[in-house]
Design a protein around this ligand. Structure first.
Ligand SMILES: *Cc1c(COP(=O)(O)O)cnc(C)c1O
Length: 473
């Protein structure tokens, strides 16, 4: 190392000096001294390397402060934090699926900040059941005899197969051996539960006689799985639920359905004609039905199991249940959400409200957003019709027409550049692109989001996105 470089290295202030700077004290207060130290260490290592490699000449305290604070600014951000969803995908699994209703959030605050009745029976003055808070409402809404909730629907299916079919055969159509979200695969979960999969029929057509012939004396269950994220068209066939239920019961088997999304109201009320609600599945003869709490139901993440009392009782006694039990905050949010269903207040449930939005309403919003944007950007702004989606592996083929705002010819760059810039913000804006235009779908946007989007465009005007990424002096 030559003397010149040695001198430069010595000119970089040491950790103690940095930690004692007036500007660094509030950061230590906010993030903790050790966190700040860890950041400074990492940043200083980089700067020393750059000095050695001649990438930078020297470092003034001002330049150093700028860099260190920029990275602390990023550290200040919560990793799990809100984003604006301008994709038009209502149940976006990567963006947290369903938003909770106001009433559900209030219930979470109330229960989370206080001791509560989670497992306490006030009448008996003794230990109670956490499941009891929502069982009655679930039965009333679905017509089931009994109900149980677990961590998520994957857990619900696992519990059912483990408790009801371990060591026996489960008959499933080849057309329903689905994979959902890359991690839930029917054959894998079956293996894990200790049940044995018997595939019947073909990919596109499975007849009642296929099921019938697939049932051996080792079978205990006939399982129907909602093919949530794809739809088969053309030469297809599957027996009616009633036929499957009758066959299962005639041969002494349980008829289970994994309904996936789980509609608590008739699909028509949401404009989703192809979807079967949970009550209808039970009325058709299913002994047990499982579904998610945070898909089309619009509640917290949950796996819900409803069905015959004698079947649900077996689940309640199973050891696996202990590993899948749900938290008090989830139960609080869910009880509040179910109350909204009981009252028919569907538009207070954000997922339902967004699915039910009228074309006129979205057109008005798109026009309003467009005219707001024209005041903050020189880009070309147009209102257009778009294709939205239910998402969350629900109703894949359902056309969900919506409205959007396209942004093109922005001086800062093409759609990819803008998307990256908007993702880098404190409140990131997530949106799609079409032919180098940014497209903002309004179905999933609130009024507050509109203001935040304008704000994001203002930031874009001030700060060129090509600007160097943080970490370079
Ligand atoms: C989404 C889905 C699951 C998984 O549900 P999670 O609540 O995400 O665990 C299982 N089965 C079907 C049919 C689904 O659509």
């Amino acid at each position: 190392m030559n003397d010149e470089i040695k001198k430069k290295m010595r000119s970089i202030p040491g950790m103690d000096i940095l930690l004692a700077q007036d500007w660094s004290l509030p950061w230590q207060e906010e993030l903790g001294r050790e966190t700040v130290k860890r950041h400074f260490n990492a940043d200083l290592t980089q700067i020393r390397r750059k000095l050695l490699e001649g990438e930078i000449e020297d470092v003034s305290m001002d330049a150093l402060r700028l860099l260190l604070e920029k990275n602390l600014e990023l550290e200040r951000r919560f990793r799990l934090r809100p984003v604006i969803n301008a994709t038009g995908v209502v149940i976006h699994t990567n963006l947290g699926r369903s938003l909770l209703a106001e009433e559900a959030l209030v219930a979470v605050m109330r229960v989370g900040s206080s001791y509560n009745t989670l497992e306490y029976d006030l009448e008996a003055g003794a230990r109670g059941q956490r499941n009891s808070h929502v069982e009655g409402a679930l039965c009333a809404l679905t017509g089931a005899e009994a109900a149980l909730v677990v961590n998520n629907n994957a857990g619900a299916v696992l519990l059912c197969l483990s408790a009801l079919a371990q060591g026996t055969e489960v008959v499933v159509s080849r057309g329903e051996l689905v994979e959902i979200g890359g991690s839930f695969r029917v054959p894998d979960i079956m293996k894990f539960s200790g049940a044995e999969l018997v595939e019947v029929g073909t990919t596109n057509r499975t007849h009642l006689r296929d099921y019938s012939e697939g049932i051996t004396e080792r079978a205990s269950m006939l399982l129907k799985v909602h093919p949530s994220n794809f739809r088969m068209e053309g030469f297809t066939a599957a027996p009616e639920r009633e036929e499957l239920a009758a066959l299962a019961h005639e041969r002494g088997l349980i008829f289970m359905e994994d309904a996936g999304s789980g509609l608590l109201i008739e699909g028509q009320l949401l404009g989703l004609s192809g979807e079967t609600d949970v009550r209808t599945c039970l009325e058709a003869g299913a002994d047990v039905v499982t579904f998610s709490g945070d898909k089309m139901l619009g509640g917290p993440q949950l796996g819900i199991i409803v069905g015959k009392k004698r079947v649900i009782d077996r689940l309640k006694r199973h050891q696996v249940l202990r590993a899948l039990r749900v938290d008090k905050m989830t139960l609080a949010a869910f009880e509040a959400t179910l109350r909204l269903y009981a009252k028919g207040d569907y538009d207070k449930i954000p997922t339902l409200a967004m699915l039910r939005r009228s074309s006129e309403d979205m057109k008005v919003q798109a026009r309003r957003l467009a005219s707001k944007l024209r005041t903050v950007t020189s880009a070309s702004i147009t209102v257009l019709e778009v294709e939205d989606a239910v998402g969350g592996g629900s109703s894949p083929a359902l056309p969900l027409p919506g409205f959007g705002v396209a942004v093109s010819s922005h001086p800062a760059g093409g759609a990819g550049t803008l998307q990256a810039f908007f993702r880098s913000l404190d409140l990131p804006l997530i949106c799609g692109a079409r032919e180098n235009s940014l497209v903002l779908h309004v179905r999933t946007l609130s009024r507050a989001d509109e203001a935040a989007i304008c704000n994001a465009f203002e930031l874009l005007e001030q700060e060129k996105p090509e600007k160097e990424a943080p970490g370079h002096v």
